[in-house]
Structure formats: C-alpha cells, structure tokens
Design a protein around this ligand. Sequence first.
Ligand code: IPE
Ligand code: MG
Length: 233
Amino acid sequence: MDGNGRWANRRFLPRLAGHRQGVESLRRCARACVQRGVQVLTVFAFSSENWNRPEEEVSGLMGLLANALAREVQQLSRDGVRLHFIGDRAGLGEKVCAGLAQAELATAHNSRLILNVCFNYGGRWDIAQAAARLAQRGAQITPQSLDREMALAHVPDPDLLIRTGGEMRISNFLLWQAAYSELFFSASLWPDFDEAALDEAIAAYNGRERRFGQTSAQVQQSQSSSLPKQMTT
Ligand code: IPE
Ligand code: MG
C-alpha cells in the first residue's frame, strides 16, 4: 500500500493525513474484494524497516492502527471479514498486541474474506522465524516444512501481487510466498487505488498465462486440470 506520503504532499498536507486516507482506501479495497469473491487479501501496512522513519510518523502510524482497531473492526466483521495480523509482535507494545488479538478473536467466525494485515512484518523476518522454529525442534528444513511454519501458512500463496505508488520493487514483502505470483505495478497512489484500479489489476491477471515452470504447450493441454482458475470479476 505505497504512496500515502506523496498523496499528502501533493495536497500540502502532513504525511499522516495520507496514511489516514490510506485506511479509507483499505476499507474500500476490502469491500471490493468481498464483492468480487476474492477470498484472501494480504496487505503490507508497516514493515520491519519502517521503524527508521521519523519518530513522529512512526508514532502516528501506531496511533492510526489503534484507532482503526477501535473504529473499523465491527463494520469489517459485518462485511464477513476475518482479520489476521502478521508480523513480529515482540516489537509492538502490550496494549497494541492485546488489540490485535482481540480483533482476531472478534472476527474469527467470519469466512467471506480473510484480511491479513502485515504489521511489523518483513519477508526475511518470516523466513528466518520459520527456520528458527524448525531448528529449535530439531526438525528438517525443507521447502515444505518451512512453508508450514511461515506466518501465512493459513492461506495459499498469492495469485496476484499488486504494488501501488509506481515503484517497481518488492521491498521485503512476501519473499517466500510470491515465488509464482503474478506481479502488477499500479501507478495509483494507495489512497487513490479504487475499484477501477483493482479491476484493472484483476483484468491484467486474467490476461496472463501461468506456467509454473511448464511450457506454454503443456499449459494449454492441461487447461482443464488443477492449475489455478482465472479470477472472476
Ligand atoms: C504508505 O506509503 C506505506 C506505509 C509505510 C504506511 P508511504 O508512506 O511509503 O508513501 P510515500 O511512498 O512516501 O508516498
Ligand atoms: Mg513509500
């Protein structure tokens, strides 16, 4: 969800106003996903590296999280959204952690959309924590065993990975899980990322041929087999 700061700058507003608008945009996007039958939405809200931002912005983002937990969870739950917070909780305050756990509990019965909010998350952190847990148990480290220990083990790997804000990099998001994701880079700043922008990304996804290492001819031949179906809009 990149581009909040630039969205605010262009309006001569403080960066935090952009982040606030970003929360609105996330609410709209989650609802659009529910309407389109998307079953899992995973968003990058705060990275392990975002602690390096100015203190004022970091505390603003923490405040925004607390606020969103207090204000948004009920409506999200009514929309059928199940929340998961993904990331290193050790770096977060006790009160924030309690809020995250409570939001997860309050939405645990929902099943229309799983919304994974990556907060204090990094792709490298995830791979390392999964490996560390296996090592602690003396278990073998294989792609399959790591997969089961990753913070997103409860959902399939993403079919489509969208980065907004015009930058063309992954920035330590879903390094493990995005191995075969279709990448889509949107020029829209995150606060401007609306239903039309989402549909554009889904349409681009539907135009891709996913080969998973196979040849195009093989894929065409086994079109009716077990490869992921196209998303419907
Ligand atoms: C939001 O966008 C990402 C967060 C860390 C919350 P940015 O804050 O990175 O916005 P830009 O890139 O400065 O526009
Ligand atoms: Mg940015």
